[in-house]
Design a protein around this ligand. Structure first.
Ligand code: NDP
Length: 261
């Protein structure tokens, strides 16, 4: 097991279990590895069984953690229920749920297709409702739990062609506060992390667009795109006992992008 550096005992997750949706690649995969590195047993998730299993095996090899993998489509409520039954069989109700799976669709609003709106709402928002509801019962019975959504700076900052994506990420901010209202009395914390711009498959076209890439660097006070590793500190804080009195909050991890105009 990769030990946490001295002084970070408050972030120790030994004995905890976690499910990270959409952890077969990208941000979710780095977050799953971060939780595993802190001692958690982690369930990796995606739609592709080989990709999810490979990620789980590679993280287990790197960290020594116990890793599992499950496959289900988060846009299908029945599949979520069946998938969560498998998660519960593997690790029980997870101590930590990270609602990370998400998609992006871009088009000017006058041309925005119904199916793209539906994909965004179902993947980025309805899945968060279905998964949070599912784990809530077990977390309430246990009297503890951490639910962490992956939002976006786009919940605060509008840009052309992504009004629908922004709407889903904005809704996550308020849904997280609502979870806090319902679940804080039961010893459960619900918070969100709002990333800035990170180079993943989701942003591939933006990274390849040198003009846009330059805009990201210029618009971000830190002067660079985020590295998915930049998100791990915030996640370990929100997933661990270090944040037991932090609830309903959205933590922006964006190199300062939303702090300045
Ligand atoms: P990626 O496209 O790299 O990864 C998305 C992940 O979500 C994959 O593991 C994919 O699994 C999974 N996924 C997508 N749709 C479904 C579905 N219907 N059912 C199950 N799993 C699904 O994206 P990122 O890592 O960049 O994004 C992760 C999260 O971070 C998203 O919520 C995104 O909105 C958010 N975000 C990203 C930013 C960025 O700059 N990259 C900035 C701000 C927020 P599989 O491939 O197996 O289908």
């Amino acid at each position: 097991m990769t030990a946490l550096p001295a002084g970070l005992a408050a972030f120790d997750l030994t004995g905890r279990t976690a499910l990270v949706t959409g952890s077969s690649q990208g941000i979710g995969r780095t977050l799953a590895a971060g939780l595993a590195g802190a001692g958690a047993t982690v369930v990796v998730h995606g739609r592709d069984a080989v990709k999810a299993r490979t990620s789980a095996d590679e993280i287990a090899h790197a960290t020594g953690a116990v890793m599992h993998s499950v496959v289900f489509d988060v846009t299908d409520a029945a599949a979520v229920d069946a998938g969560m039954a498998e998660v519960e069989r593997l690790v029980g109700t997870p101590d930590i749920l990270v609602n990370n799976a998400g998609v992006q669709r871009r088009a000017p609003i006058a041309e925005f297709a119904d199916e793209d709106w539906d994909a965004l709402v179902q993947t980025n928002l309805s899945s968060v409702f279905h998964l949070s509801r599912r784990v809530s019962a077990g977390m309430i019975a246990r009297g503890s739990g951490k639910i962490i959504q992956i939002g976006s700076v786009q919940s605060q900052l509008a840009r052309p062609s992504i009004a629908a994506y922004s709407a889903t990420k904005g809704a996550i901010v308020m849904f997280t506060k609502g979870l806090c209202a319902d679940l804080a009395p039961h010893g459960i914390q619900a918070n969100a992390i709002a990333p800035g711009y990170f180079a993943t498959a989701l942003t591939k076209a933006l990274v390849a667009d040198e003009q846009f890439s330059q805009w990201v660097r210029g618009r971000t006070p830190a002067g660079r795109w985020g590295d998915t590793q930049d998100l791990v500190g915030a996640l370990l804080f929100l997933a661990s006992g270090a944040s037991d009195f932090v609830n309903g909050q959205t933590l922006f991890v964006d190199g300062g992008m939303t702090a300045v105009v």
